[in-house]
Ligand binder design. Structure first.
Ligand SMILES: [Zn+2]
Length: 301
């Protein structure tokens, strides 16, 4: 079975992760722009980060046979530095229309401050203007109210719910998100509230329409194999292959595919892997023999 992880921060992951993800059947990933664990102090840091998402990281992923896409946005935490946020807002239009950008994200609320609200709204307008899907990060604190509010604001700004992916759901939020016509994404963190076991129960209860699973793996404790592992558990628990495919592949493609930037042919084209390739003169190799895979079932070492 093929999988898509529609929320994973590969910039903070290793080549071992890429190899394991490819082996587990992940064919495409989406890397949302987010914060780096400590706040940036210059607009130039955002610019270089966005450039790496559409440039180096996309290349690095291709070297392991995985198609890389991203969403571009100003994350909610750093929206609170208004002087900097103003400058970042001027950068965004330069990046949202680049190749491989499948949405504006991840944006939304963290502490639900006034500044977060202001930049969330401005970015919703931007998404609408360029006709891209929106990837909404919902707050970890006060989640239920924050999720409702995020959807209210999207509707207020005239977004069609079918263009909005509400992320980091749980059992408390899923019903409202689905009832209002939005996509409901779930992040599976190891040993936490929203683990794979609970995800199985969500799919049993709510079905597979408009629901998707992601790892949100980053520099924190997280698992870049969360999608294939959840799929395996669903299978064990008797969920049909069709439903598993919807939740772990189809729905991510259907929602972000609305960008016109992400198509199944991108990875079914079977271009193979050629690790002798370089990006601006730089390779992923450190003296190793390049792995060259002309088609996906035939690895030449
Ligand atoms: Zn994230």
């Amino acid at each position: 079975m093929m999988f898509i992880d529609p929320h994973v921060h590969m910039t903070s992951r290793t080549t071992d992760d890429y190899e394991a993800m490819q082996e587990a059947g992940i064919v495409a990933i989406i890397e949302p722009a987010f914060w780096l664990g400590q706040p940036r102090t210059e607009a130039g840091s955002f610019k270089d980060y966005y450039s790496s998402l559409v440039g180096w990281e996309r290349f690095r992923s291709s070297q392991f046979g995985i198609r890389h896409y991203c969403t571009i946005g100003l994350n909610s935490k750093e929206a609170n530095n208004e002087a900097l946020a103003e400058q970042v807002m001027e950068l965004l239009p330069l990046y949202v229309c680049k190749e491989g950008v499948v949405g504006v994200g991840e944006i939304g609320y963290d502490d639900q401050t006034e500044a977060e609200d202001k930049y969330f709204r401005l970015q919703l307008d931007l998404a609408k203007e360029v006709d891209l899907p929106v990837q909404v990060h919902t707050p970890h604190r006060d989640k239920k109210a924050g999720t409702s509010r995020s959807m209210d604001v999207c509707l207020e700004h005239g977004l069609d719910p079918s263009m909005v992916i509400i992320d980091h759901n749980n059992e408390e939020t899923v019903r409202e998100v689905l009832d209002r016509g939005f996509w409901a994404a779930f992040t599976i963190y190891p040993n936490t509230k929203m683990g794979n076991e609970r995800m199985v129960e969500v799919v049993k209860q709510y079905g597979s329409e408009r629901i998707s699973v992601n790892s949100s793996a980053d520099w924190g404790i997280s698992d870049p194999l969360a999608v294939p592992k959840t799929a395996a558990l669903m299978k064990q628990r008797g969920i049909s292959d069709e439903d598993i495919k919807k939740v772990c592949y189809d729905n991510a493609l259907a929602s972000f595919g609305q960008s016109g930037q992400m198509k199944e042919e991108d990875w079914l084209g079977d271009e193979g892997i050629d690790q002798s390739e370089k990006f601006s003169g730089n390779s992923i190799l450190r003296g190793q023999m390049p792995k060259i895979q002309r088609n996906k079932s035939n690895i030449i070492k």
